[in-house]
Design a protein around this ligand. Structure first.
Ligand code: HEC
Length: 121
């Protein structure tokens, strides 16, 4: 015979099990979202739309650009830089930069690409 204390414990345990299954499903979902951004597509977009002002590739480190425009390598190497923060900076219009029509996916791709230029751990 179950005492009511035992029964409560059983219910609590199955609730915890249920919650962790839900947690697992959630983290699998965000993992998929992280796998999706494609740095290769991002590079193509950046080479088309951003080179006018930014030094895009790592290889062009010595190239001349307008003095106050950070290179993508510089952006990538900001302390604590993340793809999310870069994506946020792309979404916020920065004055000389024309309003560039990018989808959320394209912004994610470009941010992912910029982060590949990071050389500091
Ligand atoms: C017309 C010139 C111009 C173009 C084109 C341009 N940018 Fe910029 N961008 C700037 C300037 C100038 C700054 C620095 C000013 C500022 O931070 O407000 C900047 C800053 C940034 C920053 C923030 C850097 C920081 O300090 O964190 C990001 C990220 C960025 N640009 C991404 C892009 C991407 C991605 C593209 C192409 C889709 C692009 N930019 C195209 C001029 C440009």
């Amino acid at each position: 015979m179950h005492s009511s204390a035992q029964l409560k414990r059983t219910i609590a345990l199955s609730l915890i099990a249920g919650a962790s299954i839900a947690g697992l499903a959630l983290s699998a979902g965000s993992l998929r979202a992280q796998v999706h951004p494609d740095a290769k597509t991002g590079k193509q977009i950046a080479e088309k739309l951003c080179v006018g002002c930014h030094i895009v590739g790592a290889e062009a480190a010595g190239a001349a650009v307008p003095a106050d425009v950070p290179s993508f390598t510089t952006i990538a190497n900001k302390p604590g830089q993340t793809a999310q923060a870069i994506a946020g900076a792309i979404v916020i219009p920065h004055p000389p930069m024309p309003q560039i029509e990018l989808t959320r996916e394209e912004i994610g791709d470009v941010a992912e690409y910029i982060l590949t230029l990071r050389t500091t751990p």
